[in-house]
Design a protein around this ligand. Structure first.
Ligand SMILES: [Zn+2]
Length: 135
């Protein structure tokens, strides 16, 4: 048996042309898990919407890019990022744009997103939907 000699010269030639191996590993993992992620997002999204609204959404009606799922129920749009669910609404003032609500964890959060939460553009900020008390 002969001992291997690993001097600095040997170390310097260790895969010098693949400095981005971590990128390839991450992208490979993403691509490998993509079909599962699509299916999981659709299943989770449908389950969350069913729990909040009582409406059954067919998985084929849920858009997903593998990171995010989007579905609509009776004019309400939901987005699910992994387990992070939000409601999407347009500006309370001008009726345009897409704003994401604070995270919806339960029915009360959902009720807040539907009622007390008032998404506004920066230019629409002078519109005050509630009369807040002065102190
Ligand atoms: Zn606006």
């Amino acid at each position: 048996m002969q001992a291997q000699i690993n001097g600095t010269a040997g170390l310097a030639t260790l895969e010098p042309v693949q400095p981005l191996g971590w990128q390839a590993a991450a992208v490979g993992e993403y691509e490998r898990t993509l079909p599962t992620r699509h299916a999981d997002l659709r299943t989770q999204c449908a389950a969350r919407i069913l729990a909040l609204t009582g409406r059954q959404i067919s998985p084929v009606n849920i858009y997903t890019d593998g990171r995010l799922a989007v579905a609509g129920v009776d004019g309400a749009t939901f987005r699910l990022y992994h387990s992070y669910l939000v409601l999407v609404r347009s500006s309370t003032y001008c009726g345009t744009g897409h704003f994401e609500s604070p995270e919806i964890k339960d029915l009360a959060d959902f009720g807040h997103a539907l009622s007390a939460w008032h998404p506004l553009h920066e230019d629409c900020e002078d519109y005050s939907p509630e009369d807040l008390p002065d102190f």
